[in-house]
Design a protein around this ligand. Structure first.
Ligand code: XIL
Length: 378
């Protein structure tokens, strides 16, 4: 084929592709035109992540995979790298799914954040009632060395310790604190640093934008640094509620963590639009409550006023993230679309929540367009 024909053919393909894309993304929100890409839009600012579950990247859901690889350049496995999945029985590790996840991510140029090495939740069954000091230590050291060692450099980063703090900033009374004492977090980072010298090391928690808990997180970072151990960043989870996103505290937190010389990330971003039965602001996964219709007000769709309020919250957040782009290195959404967010089942099972930028049909929501627009408004 000569060059002219080749170009002609390419432009026909291009035209067709654009048409399909326009068709796919023309949706009930009245937005049309080729969909933008989050990762492209913010490529000079921060990574844009999502948290795929095991099925999403290994299954045959082509549309979901396309959404993930076209919109995101970072992935945190939602559950696959938690200790109960990786070490289901004492000393017996299951790596296959994680190996495949990492291979898929690397094939599609997505950075992997390993979530998480040391966490009091989603522990293997054999650890649930473990109080024997020697056994806890053995698990603690063995798990970090084995997992962080195997994936050194294959994951971009680790959430070395997850959720070690109480709301008042003191250390949570976990199996690790009881058996190993106050220094266990520093020890975890030291072990991770030795086993995984090529991956970045993070502390991750929810509500650490709140002043008291933030002070606790700052103490953790300082203590690690003073021990001469490496910590590269802090992840603020960002499980927030519509109309109650604590913007000022978030800004103060970015400044405070950045002042210690570590990266700041928003690692599990979602904004719940549903009432919270407990009334509390927590992401503690063991705190659940019972279903009632009153607590599930939008089973058939989100009213436009709520849709717009969600878009406003997301816009405000991304404006702030852009202001601090030198300090914010990644923004990860806890899920890809509303159909599969954990918030449909937590803290109350079988609700219909709408916390993300893509809806159940994988179409971009008004919040998506407002987030993209923050960049062109700059
Ligand atoms: C959640 C997952 O999304 C759910 O699928 C699982 O059932 C429970 O854990 N903080 C964290 C995440 O660090 O690992 C949690 O993920 C949400 C709260």
């Amino acid at each position: 084929m000569n060059t002219k024909n080749l170009f002609k053919r390419q432009s026909i393909y291009h035209g067709l592709a654009t048409l399909c894309l326009a068709f796919v993304i023309s949706n009930s929100y009245g937005q049309e035109g080729p969909a933008a890409s989050l990762k492209e839009t913010f490529k000079d600012d921060f990574l844009i992540g999502t948290a795929p579950n095991g099925r999403q990247l290994s299954g045959n859901n082509e549309a979901e995979q396309q959404l993930i690889i076209s919109q995101f350049n970072a992935v945190t496995p939602e559950n696959l790298m938690k200790s109960q999945s990786l070490q289901p029985e004492w000393g017996r590790y299951e790596f296959d799914q994680v190996d495949r996840f990492i291979a898929y991510a690397s094939e599609h140029n997505m950075k992997v954040n390993g979530h998480t090495l040391i966490w009091h939740s989603q522990l293997p069954r054999f650890m649930r009632h473990m109080e024997d000091i020697d056994s806890v230590r053995q698990f603690f050291e063995g798990h970090i060395k084995t997992v962080a060692g195997r994936y050194d450099g294959k994951v971009d980063s680790w959430d070395v310790v997850n959720e070690a703090l109480n709301e008042d900033g003191t250390l949570r009374n976990s199996v690790f604190l009881r058996a190993l004492g106050d220094d266990y977090i520093v020890e975890a980072f030291k072990l991770a640093q030795e086993a995984s010298p090529q991956s970045k090391l993070y502390y991750n928690d929810y509500n650490i934008e709140q002043p008291k808990k933030r002070a606790g997180a700052l103490r953790i970072v300082k203590k690690i640094q003073e021990a001469g151990v490496r910590i590269d960043g802090v992840g603020i989870q960002g499980h927030w509620h519509l109309g109650r996103v604590p913007m000022e505290y978030i800004e103060q937190s970015i400044q405070a963590f950045a002042a210690l010389g570590v990266d700041v990330m928003f690692t599990e971003l979602d904004i719940s639009v549903l009432p919270n039965a407990a009334g509390g602001n927590t992401a503690e996964i063991s705190q659940t409550s019972g279903y009632s219709e009153r607590l599930n007000p939008y089973p058939d769709g989100l009213p436009d006023s709520v849709q717009q309020a969600l878009a406003q919250d997301y816009e405000d957040l991304f404006r702030l993230f852009l202001t601090y782009r030198d300090n914010v290195s990644r923004v990860t959404f806890w899920g890809a679309h509303d159909g599969q967010t954990w918030l449909n089942n937590w803290p109350i099972r079988r609700r219909t929540n709408y916390p993300l930028l893509f809806d159940r049909n994988l179409a971009p929501k008004p919040a998506f367009y407002r987030v993209i627009a923050t960049k062109s408004d700059e």
